[in-house]
Design a protein around this ligand. Structure first.
Ligand SMILES: [Zn+2]
Length: 217
């Protein structure tokens, strides 16, 4: 993908966040795409009407961050360190969707009880990272500790929001969408006695069927 199409992909993803109502009232989010040792990222907080000149490239080592407001540089570090640790990630979205953020402020992990999550590689509960000021070393270290587990691609940030990653932004968006659906459904299920767990072998069965389908299609 060339530089221009990477930028367009990021803008399209931000529009989908808005259209799918994955942004809360303030439209706050930050998104990035990794390309080699650099990432393209949003430069402000409100992403509802993003334009190409709201994005800038920055190195994973922080080089080029002068283009960003000093208050935003802590967000750069949050994305850059995750990419440096998890080379399988190529896209990251941070935002405050209503239902996932309800779990974050209740400091409750989100159980993986919704089948679409399995198809997106999420088969363990989404962990809660202890609260520390946004972008602080303590907060970033908490996120990195959770991502040591290769099965984890999303974390709830205590009393704040969610951070979701994928091989590219498309996968991060698909995961975020399914997670927000799961959070909403788990809350509804509580009125009916609570969500029930999937069978232990559910993930292997789903992955097996996906593999079978790919082999025959
Ligand atoms: Zn935030």
């Amino acid at each position: 993908m060339n530089t221009q199409s990477i930028g367009q992909n990021l803008l399209d993803t931000a529009n989908r966040l808005r259209d799918r109502e994955l942004l809360f009232h303030g439209n706050h989010a930050n998104l990035s795409v990794r390309s080699g040792e650099r990432m393209l990222m949003t430069r402000g907080g409100d992403v509802a009407q993003l334009r190409a000149d709201d994005l800038d490239w920055v190195g994973l080592d922080g080089s080029g961050q002068e283009a960003f407001q000093p208050t935003f540089r802590e967000v750069i570090e949050m994305h850059a360190k995750v990419y440096s640790q998890r080379r399988d990630f190529g896209g990251i979205i941070h935002c405050h969707p209503a239902h996932l953020t309800a779990f974050a402020i209740a400091q409750q992990p989100l159980p993986a009880v919704y089948e679409p999550l399995l198809r997106l590689g999420i088969h363990e509960e989404v962990p809660v990272v202890a609260w520390a000021p946004r972008g602080s070393q303590e907060s970033v270290e908490g996120i990195l500790r959770a991502f040591v587990n290769p099965a984890i691609s999303a974390v709830l940030l205590s009393n704040h929001g969610v951070l979701v990653a994928g091989a590219d932004l498309g996968e991060a968006l698909a995961r975020l969408t399914a997670l927000e659906e799961a959070a909403e459904l788990v809350l509804h299920a509580r009125a009916l006695g609570g969500a029930k767990p999937l069978p232990k072998a559910a993930y292997e069965e789903v992955v097996g069927r996906q593999h079978q389908f790919q082999m025959t299609s």
